[in-house]
Design a protein around this ligand. Sequence first.
Ligand code: SF4
Length: 143
Amino acid sequence: MLIVSKCLTGECCRYDGRSKPDPEICALVEKGLAVAVCPEQLGGLPTPRVPAELTTTGEHVLIGGGRAITRDGRDVTREFVAGAWAALKIAKEAGASRAILKAKSPSCGAGEIYDGSFSGRLAEGRGVTAALFIKNGIEVETR
Ligand code: SF4
């Protein structure tokens, strides 16, 4: 079983109230081969929502060494971390060993994510959920 970012399935769960459908991922979910999660919604954030970026990488946020901050300065670290744990619980219940997540996101990105300056610049790192998945043995790829 695969676990996938919900916005890749056509669900309008992104911060801007839109989605990023990926035909291959949509087909996998339709066939029952993938389970979709949106960690930010699972953490209690509304849609649409003010976008957030991390002050550091997801690994550091998970151990209290960094924060998730919205563009207007609100600390949403608690929601990001809660959403990551809720997504991991669903992944484990589904028996998922692989994930395909949305690139660049402060929750789902892996490899590079937005650098915390809200300027569109990217930096090496993982989102909070991607970091938690990897820490728990789930292989993560992004698109
Ligand atoms: S990138 Fe992740 S957290 Fe953001 S909308 Fe998509 S599924 Fe939700």
